[in-house]
Design a protein around this ligand. Structure first.
Ligand SMILES: [Fe+2]
Length: 108
């Protein structure tokens, strides 16, 4: 729900500014393809957490780029900062869960 709200807020802002937003799938597909091979190094829930963390990091990198390009448009800056902080919290939460799972997994 939080991520959907991010998408809706940004899409609304882009439309307010007179443009049509890019489809999220079109943006993420190449990145997901690139990650898929690497994620298989970690099986099951750990692989999924690892992939989720990469996606949050990708979002944070993109938000930082957008913040640099947004100029002084206050409504846009508010949305970008709000989303960036959410993604940082998500990444930290996911990284903690991955660490917990790894601590429970016997080492070979
Ligand atoms: Fe997120």
């Amino acid at each position: 729900m939080i991520e959907q709200q991010h998408v809706d807020n940004i899409a609304g802002k882009i439309r307010d500014l007179g443009k049509e937003p890019t489809r999220l799938g079109d943006v993420l597909a190449p990145f997901l393809g690139e990650l898929a091979g690497k994620a298989s190094a970690l099986a099951g829930p750990q692989g999924l957490l690892w992939l989720d963390i990469r996606l949050e990091e990708k979002a944070m990198t993109d938000y930082k780029q957008f913040l640099l390009k947004a100029g002084g448009e206050e409504g846009t800056l508010d949305i970008l900062w709000n989303n960036l902080i959410d993604e940082d919290l998500h990444a930290a939460w996911l990284a903690n869960k991955l660490k917990d799972l790894q601590a429970l997994t016997p080492k070979h």
